[in-house]
Design a protein around this ligand. Structure first.
Ligand SMILES: *[C@@H]1O[C@H](CO)[C@@H](O)[C@H](O)[C@H]1NC(C)=O
Ligand SMILES: *[C@@H]1O[C@H](CO)[C@@H](O)[C@H](O)[C@H]1NC(C)=O
Ligand SMILES: *[C@@H]1O[C@H](CO)[C@@H](O)[C@H](O)[C@H]1NC(C)=O
Ligand SMILES: *[C@@H]1O[C@H](CO)[C@@H](O)[C@H](O)[C@H]1NC(C)=O
Ligand SMILES: *[C@@H]1O[C@H](CO)[C@@H](O)[C@H](O)[C@H]1NC(C)=O
Ligand SMILES: *[C@@H]1O[C@H](CO)[C@@H](O)[C@H](O)[C@H]1NC(C)=O
Ligand SMILES: *[C@@H]1O[C@H](CO)[C@@H](O)[C@H](O)[C@H]1NC(C)=O
Ligand SMILES: *[C@@H]1O[C@H](CO)[C@@H](O)[C@H](O)[C@H]1NC(C)=O
Ligand SMILES: *[C@@H]1O[C@H](CO)[C@@H](O)[C@H](O)[C@H]1NC(C)=O
Ligand SMILES: *[C@@H]1O[C@H](CO)[C@@H](O)[C@H](O)[C@H]1NC(C)=O
Ligand SMILES: *[C@@H]1O[C@H](CO)[C@@H](O)[C@H](O)[C@H]1NC(C)=O
Ligand SMILES: *[C@@H]1O[C@H](CO)[C@@H](O)[C@H](O)[C@H]1NC(C)=O
Length: 701
């Protein structure tokens, strides 16, 4: 009994101590979870880590609202409650302020409030020269054009997305949640008449601890060691990547890889991804969606004419994934072509037409960018480029578009086409709305959204009416799509007399813009996809950050949507039922080597009318060859990885003063020591104290 009682005392004292030391239970009750936040996470390349992270137990600090320069002074220099958690309006989220915070030890973390309207002066957290080291221009290829010498494509880029912050940075929208935080600050953290505020103070705690450190080379090596020697391997980082989507106009046997005799292919390309400073937020309206929509609508416009009057050359519609991160998708496809691991090889590529940013035209202007180096070095390339330019210019004139060439010495803008040129001198053109620097003043930022392209509707329209309402931008992009479709037809050797039959449909363009920028769960997208494909359509716009393939079966929704749409536009409805659609082998007319088969919902009014689409659309892996080659420090291929983490969380609560906490801790320790002493006393004197009681308890059983 004696030692048992002593144990009980110790346990009680210990629990008490734990409770006191970890903050009292009253505080626990007033934690407010912030549910609607987005973290910045750590990304790594061959040599650096960048992004943000918290300590393993989260970063905590007293909240300070950054509204004026004097607030900045309090935070960085003379406030009494450092380290601070800074709640800032997005106007302070620029490189001057953030670099000072990065330099300071007085900042525990930052919460950025994203306003509902965009900054007029522009904002781009990307760098000034996107994909600077993995494009075609280098010391050995057009050295005078390398490193954006001459043309800085993204002059507003402040490079914040490439900085390594030692503290967490979260974003939140300006809504009820920020109202809760502001209220907490104004009630507890505002000093009266300029005096320092008194405890208890409102504090913010952010968790975003990252597992990977230093660089991709380091974290991939750690992954490998774990995989080889640990029974329970823990991955610390994953390569960025997803899938490219592509479809030839005429079927190509996909079983046979490598060079195809008699196959000459015009590649029609655009990119499918974008990014922002924050994780998995990327609306990319001008940067990404304008190109996707223009090329999809062009494929739809081409189909009928291409079947009735097939051009001699094939056209390969290609949507590259991960281009934002040093051309992941295009470098993988070119690598596969060069290694006879794709359905065609580089010799089969006749030319390339790439759709860049095309949503922000100034008037009727469009620009045809070409590569001065290959044109100068190779007469036949120069001639073919000349043909393409001539075709596009005349097709544009028909449509009232004025197409122009930038100066003959200007480099190509950042584009997938550069990865083709790295392999071979291919003729090609990149179509864009800008002559030199981007028109897009929100490149790779949260403000490159539907509003920026004026995709908005009169207030009294229902969802169905919005879906069909042709906006100005839809009309403008329809024109671009028609131009692209006609140029591709000419580039593939089609007859000029057929051009007037090729026209993009403004209703389709407007529905595509709605689905890609407003909300993907709409009746149009539903009718063209498989209702059993869960998590595909959402009540918001798809996000275009490439992300990591969590397992072989997780493919980005945006990728699959593009695949479905392209299949519907280029393919035919077949009479196959659902099970035959999944596996048509054995049927005489069908071939999985030439075609792919997708089951889609269809629409008959609002009723489903499902059918099987046969098309040439395929998906192939878009993961940088660096990971296949295990060259984690590669300079040629993308090496981007994303760190793993366990917990992303944000919450606010009130903190007592540091002195008070110390006092509580001191009292706790004193109580513990006292109880130990008492316990010692009790156990040494137990016989004396409890001897009579011991006998009576014994008889109680
Ligand atoms: C977050 O969600 C929890 C549980 O659903 C709720 O109690 C809390 O109030 C929410 N926080 C905010 C700021 O709305
Ligand atoms: C950061 O701190 C270093 C050393 O104190 C200083 O030289 C540098 O100018 C600071 N940078 C910024 C952006 O404040
Ligand atoms: C940059 O371009 C200018 C003009 O073409 C040229 O004189 C200069 O040498 C180039 N700089 C580099 C580093 O190549
Ligand atoms: C990795 O990113 C850092 C920061 O942007 C950059 O300075 C460095 O050149 C990059 N490394 C490679 C190999 O591209
Ligand atoms: C925000 O608060 C207003 C009024 O309190 C309420 O009507 C609205 O539903 C709230 N919005 C969200 C997203 O919780
Ligand atoms: C703050 O200052 C004003 C004017 O100086 C004074 O009237 C007021 O009483 C002060 N408030 C407190 C709480 O000290
Ligand atoms: C892990 O195993 C693979 C194949 O067995 C080997 O190539 C690699 O070098 C090993 N990595 C480490 C870090 O031991
Ligand atoms: C596709 O190519 C494979 C391998 O060359 C061949 O066996 C197969 O018959 C071809 N299929 C068709 C439909 O041409
Ligand atoms: C390629 O075309 C030539 C002439 O048009 C024809 O003789 C030959 O059989 C074709 N080859 C293949 C593999 O289709
Ligand atoms: C020019 O380019 C064509 C097509 O890419 C290629 O076949 C030819 O060998 C090149 N000529 C020279 C002189 O590089
Ligand atoms: C959007 O509307 C504004 C104001 O009417 C206009 O200045 C701008 O050019 C429009 N943008 C596009 C992409 O149409
Ligand atoms: C669709 O049907 C047209 C006309 O019958 C045909 O030319 C084309 O090859 C078919 N395409 C596919 C993918 O089945």
């Amino acid at each position: 009994m004696g030692p048992g009682f002593a144990k009980w005392i110790i346990t009680v004292a210990f629990c008490w101590f734990i409770q006191i030391a970890s903050g009292n239970s009253v505080e626990q009750k007033i934690y407010v979870e912030l549910n609607n936040t987005v973290p910045c996470v750590r990304l790594l390349n061959a040599t650096h880590q960048m992004g943000c992270q918290s300590s393993i137990s989260g970063n905590t600090g007293v909240l300070h609202l950054l509204e004026t320069d004097s607030d900045l002074d309090i935070i960085l220099n003379n406030g009494l409650h450092a380290p601070y958690m800074v709640l800032m309006d997005a106007s302070f989220f620029n490189s001057a302020v953030m670099m000072r915070m990065k330099n300071s030890t007085r900042v525990a973390g930052v919460a950025v409030v994203i306003p509902n309207s965009s900054p007029v002066q522009g904002f781009s957290p990307h760098n000034k020269c996107p994909n600077q080291y993995t494009g075609v221009y280098s010391d050995t290829y057009g050295p005078r054009l390398a490193d954006c010498n001459g043309t800085v494509w993204n002059p507003l880029g402040n490079g914040l997305s490439f900085e390594d912050f030692k503290f967490p940075i979260f974003s939140m929208n300006d809504d009820n949640q920020t109202a809760v935080i502001r209220k907490c600050i104004s009630e507890h953290n505002m000093g009266v008449n300029g005096s320092a505020p008194a405890y208890p103070l409102c504090a913010l705690q952010l968790f975003s601890h990252m597992h990977a450190v230093t660089s991709t080379a380091t974290c991939m090596r750690r992954n490998d060691i774990q995989n080889n020697y640990s029974l329970n391997p823990e991955t610390v980082c994953d390569p960025l990547g997803d899938f490219n989507v592509w479809a030839p106009l005429h079927p190509i046997n996909t079983t046979a890889k490598g060079h195809k005799a008699n196959e000459s292919v015009v590649v029609a390309a655009t990119r499918m991804d974008g990014r922002t400073f924050f994780w998995d937020v990327a609306t990319g309206a001008e940067g990404t969606v304008a190109g996707i929509v223009a090329l999809l609508a062009a494929s739809q416009a081409l189909k009928t004419t291409a079947e009735q009057a097939p051009p001699p050359r094939n056209i390969l519609f290609t949507f590259f994934q991960g281009e934002t991160f040093d051309y992941i998708g295009s470098s993988k496809m070119v690598y596969d072509m060069d290694n006879n691991n794709f359905v065609i090889d580089m010799e089969n590529v006749h030319s390339v037409l790439e759709i860049g940013q095309v949503g922000l035209r100034r008037g009727s202007e469009l620009w045809m960018h070409t590569d001065p180096v290959s044109r100068r070095n190779n007469i036949s390339v120069n001639q073919e480029v000349g043909n393409i330019l001539k075709g596009m210019t005349s097709a544009g004139a028909e449509l009232g578009l004025s197409l122009a060439e930038p100066t003959a010495t200007q480099a190509l803008p950042p584009s997938s086409f550069q990865r083709f040129l790295l392999s071979r001198a291919v003729p090609g053109v990149v179509l864009a709305d800008h002559q030199s620097a981007f028109n897009n003043k929100y490149y790779e930022s949260v403000y490159d959204n539907a509003d920026y392209l004026n995709v908005s509707y009169p207030p009294d329209l229902t969802l169905e009416e919005q879906l069909e309402y042709v906006t100005d931008i839809a009309r403008a992009l329809t024109n671009v799509s028609t131009l692209v479709a006609r140029s591709l037809y000419l580039q593939a050797g089609g007859e000029e007399s057929q051009l007037e039959n090729i026209s993009a449909d403004s209703k389709i363009v407007t529905q595509l813009l709605y689905g890609f920028l407003i909300q993907s769960n709409n009746s149009y997208f539903r009718s063209l996809t498989n209702p059993e494909d869960k998590l595909l359509l959402e009540a918001r716009a798809p996000q275009y950050y490439v992300g990591v393939p969590i397992s072989a079966n997780t493919i980005k929704p945006s990728t699959r949507i593009v695949q479905y749409l392209l299949a519907n536009y280029l393919g035919n409805s077949t009479g196959l039922n659902q099970s035959k659609c999944q596996d048509p082998s054995g049927l005489p007319e069908e071939s999985k080597e030439l075609y792919s088969y997708l089951w889609v919902r269809g629409a008959n009014g609002s009723e489903a009318a499902p059918f099987c689409v046969r098309s040439t659309v395929r998906r192939t892996l878009a993961i940088s060859p660096a990971f296949e080659l295990k060259q984690y420090d590669s300079r040629t291929y993308s090496t981007w990885t994303e760190s793993r983490w366990k917990l992303i969380r944000a919450r606010i609560f009130l903190v007592a003063s540091h002195d008070l906490e110390m006092l509580t801790l001191g009292v706790g320790i004193a109580v513990l020591l006292l109880s130990l002493l008492v316990t010692y006393f009790l156990s040494t004197k137990a016989e004396l104290l409890f001897a009579p009681a011991q006998e009576s308890t014994g008889s109680a059983y």
